[in-house]
Design a protein around this ligand. Structure first.
Ligand SMILES: *[C@@H]1O[C@H](CO)[C@@H](O)[C@H](O)[C@H]1NC(C)=O
Ligand SMILES: *[C@@H]1O[C@H](CO)[C@@H](O)[C@H](O)[C@H]1NC(C)=O
Ligand SMILES: *[C@@H]1O[C@H](CO)[C@@H](O)[C@H](O)[C@H]1NC(C)=O
Ligand SMILES: *[C@@H]1O[C@H](CO)[C@@H](O)[C@H](O)[C@H]1NC(C)=O
Ligand SMILES: *[C@@H]1O[C@H](CO)[C@@H](O)[C@H](O)[C@H]1NC(C)=O
Length: 471
């Protein structure tokens, strides 16, 4: 009985909105964290350093493969290409299992040889980084017809070479010939495979081997990004393989720490006037977010909270919702300044098309935004905060992030202040030793989708190692 109640509690903590699939996957994970079959919650402690053994990873022959991966033309691509190269294909990470990860790589149209290499990861767990590529920060967005593309003037590839990785195997076009791999997905395997991917990818594109490298992502990538950075730093020290020139990490709307993120969510709702005082008070009083098992009174209060906020897109509380997924009837071209709330249907329609898959050098796949072949998530750290430290640079947002960062007790180097773009406040920032908290005003969960120009400004200053201007 207690377990059932607890499971419902999480159900109500996360709601049933289908507004954002990445967050739905997160909810599924948190539900399993409640169950008897819960994932291991290994902490990634710094002590691992000491016992880490020298173990070179698989490196396959990569000569000539980059040229084969070059994309000639994507279906529906606009004519004004503005001359940049794009590549996509598979990198085998385990030849015995037959496991390969799919990537899409976009070079900067100008001076790509002097610009950094940036890896982008979407979350879930189990959602595709093609979300980022085609609906957030990539060079193209898909028109509402689900068939044609338009240029994103605020693409992050304007300032960097961007590598989108579908991870782990079982997500998007990434696959394993050993289907039992899909039952063993988890934080650890995801980081290990992503590391092997990068080492091999750098053999395929050796001109990037010594390039400054950054890892970015959002949502559950709040786990992936620091865990991969940690794996890289460990291997840089302990193996004689390619030393990856990692310079920093940036994570948006990151799920980093169960406790502060859950508490932060309800506090955010209350402070944004979508939740009553009474219900917020009850949640504070009865819910213990340090322990996902909660009392009946907590369950009641969280249910009430979901009722009170109504049918909105919880991941962008002021955005319209997708009322007409029958996008195929839509005509007209998309605009980078108006994000289509039916983006998931549009994205799945485009990437599930066989001519699109062929152009991307993907094997025929029933492509979906988030994976339904990953049966369970084996290990998920309750918190990744212990491995975020002053050696890496990170940026995260909102109430939960503020609570999470506060637990790190870092000294403040630049006090809270607004930053500006085009004479308007673009958001706010606070710089700590080794870490920057920065918000993007008016952005939902997928920051570059809702605020592309501000997101690019933040990303550019991140790469430049500067703070966006105070006026
Ligand atoms: C998976 O199996 C197919 C069919 O045998 C093969 O063509 C492919 O190369 C295998 N993938 C990997 C990564 O080994
Ligand atoms: C690097 O590792 C490989 C694989 O274990 C080994 O064969 C080689 O001798 C090592 N090289 C050095 C310089 O340690
Ligand atoms: C979490 O709550 C459950 C149920 O109240 C309790 O049995 C368990 O000991 C708690 N765990 C921790 C770590 O506090
Ligand atoms: C949209 O197109 C579909 C398929 O052609 C059609 O069945 C449907 O009635 C159309 N919907 C609208 C609102 O026109
Ligand atoms: C993708 O297309 C295949 C066949 O064309 C179809 O069976 C499958 O349901 C589609 N998947 C999605 C997620 O739309």
């Amino acid at each position: 009985m207690l377990k059932l109640v607890a499971a419902f509690c999480l159900l109500s903590l996360f709601g049933l909105s289908n507004a954002n699939i990445q967050a739905n996957k997160l909810y599924e994970l948190l539900k399993t964290k409640q169950s008897t079959n819960k994932p291991a919650h290994d902490t990634w402690s710094v002590q691992e350093d000491a016992i880490h053994e020298y173990s070179p990873v698989y490196v396959g022959a990569q000569e000539g493969l980059a040229e084969l991966d070059k994309i000639l033309q994507l279906p529906g691509q606009p004519a004004d290409m503005n001359g940049f190269d794009q590549y996509s294909g598979y990198v085998t990470v385990n030849p015995t299992a037959g496991r390969a990860l799919f990537y899409y790589f976009v070079e900067s149209p100008t001076d790509s040889s002097t610009k950094p290499l940036v890896l982008w990861l979407n979350g879930g767990p189990g959602c595709s980084s093609m979300i980022g590529a085609m609906s957030e920060l990539g060079p193209f967005r898909i028109n509402s017809d689900g068939k044609t593309l338009f240029r994103n003037n605020y693409a992050w590839s304007n300032v960097a070479n961007i590598l989108f990785l579908e991870s782990p195997a079982g997500v998007g076009f990434s696959y394993s010939n050993t289907t039992s791999d899909y039952d063993n997905a988890g934080d650890k395997n995801t980081a290990d495979d992503a590391y092997i991917f990068i080492v091999n990818w750098l053999e395929r594109f050796p001109q990037y081997k010594t390039r400054n490298f950054y890892i970015t992502g959002e949502s559950y990538a709040g786990h992936y990004v620091p865990q991969l950075a940690y794996t890289i730093l460990l291997n840089n020290k302990n193996t004689n393989q390619t030393v990856i020139n990692i310079k920093g990490i940036a994570i948006g709307n990151a799920w980093m720490d169960d406790e502060t993120t859950l508490k932060g969510m309800f506090d955010y709702w209350w402070t944004h006037a979508i939740l009553s005082d009474a219900t917020h008070d009850a949640i504070i009083k009865y819910c213990n977010f340090a322990n996902l098992s909660s009392s009946d009174k907590c369950v009641d209060a969280t249910y009430k909270a979901w009722d009170e906020i109504g049918h909105t897109d919880t991941y962008n509380i002021y955005a319209p919702i997708c009322l007409n997924p029958d996008y195929r009837n839509s005509t007209g071209t998309g605009s980078i300044n108006v994000f289509d709330p039916c983006w998931q249907d549009i994205l799945a329609s485009y990437l599930n098309d066989s001519s699109v898959q062929k152009a991307f050098h993907a094997k025929p796949t029933s492509w979906d935004v988030c994976s339904d072949v990953l049966t369970r998530w084996d290990d998920s750290a309750d918190t990744v905060l212990p491995i975020i430290n002053g050696d890496t640079d990170g940026r995260v947002t909102v109430t939960s992030s503020r609570y999470a960062i506060n637990t790190l007790n870092l000294p403040i180097e630049t006090a809270w202040r607004p930053w500006y773009l085009n004479k308007e406040v673009g958001g706010y920032l606070e710089a700590y030793k080794g870490l920057l908290l920065i918000t993007v005003r008016g952005a939902g969960h997928m920051v570059p989708s809702y605020q592309p120009q501000r997101a690019l400004a933040v990303f550019s200053s991140f790469l430049g190692g500067t703070l966006p201007p105070p006026s």
